[in-house]
Design a protein around this ligand. Structure first.
Ligand SMILES: [Fe+2]
Ligand SMILES: [Fe+2]
Length: 287
């Protein structure tokens, strides 16, 4: 093993700006670590990044959030979404291009996961105390620091997973002694992201270990397996993992409404891809 677990942990703990990652991610990280910054100051920072703020406005104005009035400035979006949701959403939006570059299809897989989680909550009438969209969107984002920081090793991870048809986390564990679930959770913790997000990232492949946010974690897990089964996007491996029986029980899925959930997932995914398409109009007001 060329790198070890401690080295990876240390490197992720000092993760700010990295070659190959947009500098805005490092700057967002610095902002997240400074609890004394006001919403207005964060909004002003966002206004300096046209692409990120226009994506934030598109998503905030999309049907997913359902606000009655049109949101025209990043500060207004932060106020309406709440700081903790906005922080996680911004991180995801900033990661969008990088995710796709690191692993083609990963962004679509993440978006499909969020749509599947939403479809399950809708069809099953589940209400969760915490939003499940962001944890679903970010569940695999630990692959980004691993692939960017240990590029050569991660290429071998992908080949190993492909050659033996094994899950990515297993290939990562074998070659790096760290999984993307752990790496993502470490980074989310370091950036003070919400507990439900940290826990569902950490345990999305072993949902039975989630003790504080079992429903969100089970939802992210079930949505993940469903997305992989349906071939929506690409998570890095063709391996189709089994559903955790306990997670299926937690979200109340018994196979009778799978078809309805899959159909709704596809509809929501098409809608979401339309919302984020780069060809969309820029925001109405100067940022
Ligand atoms: Fe994963
Ligand atoms: Fe995944």
């Amino acid at each position: 093993m060329v790198v070890n677990r401690t080295q990876i942990r240390n490197r992720i703990d000092t993760f700010t700006s990295l070659p190959g990652l947009p500098s805005v991610i490092g700057r967002l990280g610095e902002i997240f670590e400074n609890p004394s910054l006001s919403l207005r100051e964060i909004g002003e920072f966002l206004a300096t990044d046209q692409s990120l703020s226009s994506r934030l406005l598109r998503v905030a104005n999309s049907a997913a959030y359902g606000f009655m009035r049109r949101i025209t400035s990043p500060t207004q979006a932060l106020l309406l979404l709440g700081l903790s949701t906005a922080k996680s959403l911004l991180l995801q939006l900033a990661m969008l291009d990088t995710m796709e570059r690191v692993l083609g299809g990963l962004w679509r897989h993440s978006l499909a996961n969020a749509c599947a989680a939403r479809a399950i909550t809708r069809v099953k009438g589940l209400s969760t105390p915490e939003d499940v969209t962001i944890p679903s969107l970010l569940h695999d984002f630990g692959k980004v620091p691993l692939a960017v920081l240990w590029r050569e090793e991660y290429t071998k991870v992908i080949s190993l997973a492909e050659k033996h048809g094994m899950p990515m986390f297993q290939a990562e564990k074998e070659l790096l002694d760290v999984t993307h679930a752990e790496a993502g959770a470490w980074l989310a913790e370091r950036w003070n992201l919400p507990g439900a997000l940290v826990e569902s990232i950490r345990y999305h492949h072993e949902p039975h270990r989630s003790k504080t946010f079992p429903v969100q974690t089970a939802l992210v897990h079930v949505a993940d397996v469903l997305t992989i089964t349906c071939g929506l996007g690409f998570s890095g491996s063709a391996h189709v993992p089994p559903f955790s029986e306990a997670a299926l029980k937690t979200v109340g899925l018994d196979g009778t409404d799978t078809e309805e959930i899959v159909t709704l997932t596809r509809v929501l995914l098409e809608e979401a891809e339309g919302t984020l398409a780069d060809s969309e109009e820029p925001p109405e007001q100067p940022l």
